[in-house]
Design a protein around this ligand. Structure first.
Ligand code: PGA
Length: 251
């Protein structure tokens, strides 16, 4: 039985005072929830704040990006070991904003995924197609290629210690959510593709949906057989909304 994971992706939002209220609100909100895991992925400067606020609670925390390198002359970069120093469990890799705005290739994403795992972090590997790719009927090709890059580098067994997030680019921050059927179809494709290589790994793999998931549509999305949680952008910045999604993810 897979445990549903609801992770907030704060992106480049927040501030000390605002975060305090959000972290405390989420922590209190999910304290009584069972059979689900909540997490927040915060901007680097606030990892210490998240660690201090959340340590010992039910809420895990993580980062939104990392360097593929261990250390050295890489100005402005952050290494996996640094994230571990602040108690991170998760790190998002290959978010579509990193791929499109910062030119991260499938190969770079695979290198970051490997760096995260080598350090003992759980990568949340984001995959997903653009609207043009969906309309061109190449969604499975694109998602398959994004997965293949990671499998080629780290092997299918590595997915036993990872999370995959299916995030259709056209649904991110647009208010346009994939229908439960559309999302389920791609989730089933992902699980099936991995099952063809290793059924045990596929059965245990948590596959989150991301893209305008909110309190009003979470329950329906999360009731699909292959949707094991959510990666939440906008709605993760509002305590009530994020907690409502976590509530829907309970067993
Ligand atoms: P959204 O973002 O929930 O605001 O659509 C999701 C994401 O980018 O991870």
């Amino acid at each position: 039985m897979r445990t549903k994971l609801v992770a907030g992706n704060w992106k480049m939002n927040g501030g000390l005072a605002q975060n305090k209220a959000l972290l405390e609100g989420v922590m209190a909100g999910v304290a009584g929830f069972n059979g689900m895991q909540a997490a927040v992925c915060v901007p680097f400067p606030y990892l210490a704040q998240a660690q201090q606020a959340l340590a010992g609670s039910k809420v895990a925390w993580g980062a939104q990006n990392l360097s593929q390198h261990d250390k050295g002359a890489y100005t402005g970069e952050v290494a996996a070991s640094m994230l571990l120093d602040f108690g991170c469990r998760y790190v998002i890799v290959g978010h579509s904003e990193r791929r499109s705005l910062y030119g991260e290739s499938d190969e770079l994403v695979a290198a970051k995924y490997e760096a995260a795992q080598k350090a003992g972090l759980t990568p949340i590997l984001c995959v997903g197609e653009t609207l043009e790719e969906r309309e061109g009927n190449i969604t499975e090709q694109v998602v398959g290629r994004q997965l293949d890059a990671v499998i080629a580098r780290s092997g299918v067994a590595s997915l036993a210690k990872a999370v995959v997030a299916y995030e259709p680019v056209w649904a991110i921050g647009t208010g346009k959510t994939a229908t439960p059927e559309q999302a389920q179809a791609v989730h089933a494709f992902i699980r099936g593709k991995i099952a063809s290589l290793d059924k045990g790994v596929a059965d245990g793999l948590v596959i989150q949906y991301g893209g305008s998931m909110k309190a009003s549509n979470a329950a329906e999305l999360l009731s699909q057989p292959d949707i094991d949680g959510g990666l939440i952008g906008g709605a993760s910045l509002v305590v009530e909304d994020f907690v409502a999604i976590c509530q829907a993810a309970q067993r």
